[in-house]
Design a protein around this ligand. Sequence first.
Ligand code: AP5
Length: 217
Amino acid sequence: MRLILVGPPGAGKGTQAVHLAAHYGIPHISTGDIFRLNIKNETELGKLAKSYSDAGNLVPDSVTNEMVRDRLTHGDVANGFLLDGFPRNVAQAEFLRAILAEKSAPIDAALEFSLEDAEILLRLTGRRTCRACGTSFHIVFEKPAVDGICDKCQGELYQRQDDSEEVITHRLAVYAEQTQPIIAFYRSEGLLISIPATGEVSEISARAISALSAAVN
Ligand code: AP5
C-alpha cells in the first residue's frame, strides 16, 4: 500500500498516519517530522527549514524533493509507505509521480482529510508535541496522563512554534493557495478519496480503512 495523506494543517494527518501505518504495516514518512528532527539536531537542513516552518511557509521544493527522493530509497519502503505532508504543491506531486514511475511503484490512493477552519484552530492551538518522540497530544481532546509529559516516552511536551494563532492563519492561506490544487491533481488521476476528519480519532481511521478497502484491491 502506497498512500498519501492530504489535508489542511491540523486536520489530523499525523494522528491518522500513526493508526494507518500500523494497520497496513508500512512506514509513516512525515516531511514535517523530518524537518523538526533536523531543527532539533541543528543540522544544516534544520537551520534552513526552521526559517520557513516557523513562519508557516513551505521549504523550497529543491530541498524537500531531494529529501523525499532519498527517504524513498530506504529498504523499509519495499512493501509500501504512507507519506504525510508530501506532496504539498503540484510541482511536488509531479516530482513524486516521476520518481515512483521510475520504480514502477505508483501510489495507490491519496486520502484527503477535510475539516472546518474553526475546528482546525481549536485543534492546533491546543496541540502539545513531545520534544523527544514527536507524538502529538491535545490539552482537551487527547490529554496526556500527566500534564506536560509524554505518555509514551516521558519526554517534555511543548507547543510548536508554528501553532500560534497568527501562524496558523498564515498556514491555512498557504494551504489554500499552494496545496489545495493537488486535490484536483489526484482527482484527475482517479486516486482521490475524501474523508471527513470530524469525530473521534478511531471513527476517522475506520472511515479511511473502509474507503481504502473499497477503492484499492
Ligand atoms: P507539517 O508538520 O506537515 O504540518 P501540517 O501539514 O501543517 O500539519 P500538522 O502537523 O500541523 O497537522 P496534522 O494534520 O498532522 O494534525 P495532527 O494529527 O497533529 O509541516 C510543518 C512545516 O514543515 C510546514 O509548514 C513547512 O514549513 C514544512 N514542510 C513539511 N512538509 C513540507 C513539504 N512537503 N514541502 C515544503 N515544506 C514542508 O492533529 C492536530 C491536533 O489535533 C493534535 O493535538 C491532535 O491530538 C488533535 N486531533 C487529531 N485528531 C483529532 C480528532 N479526531 N478530534 C480531536 N482532536 C484531534
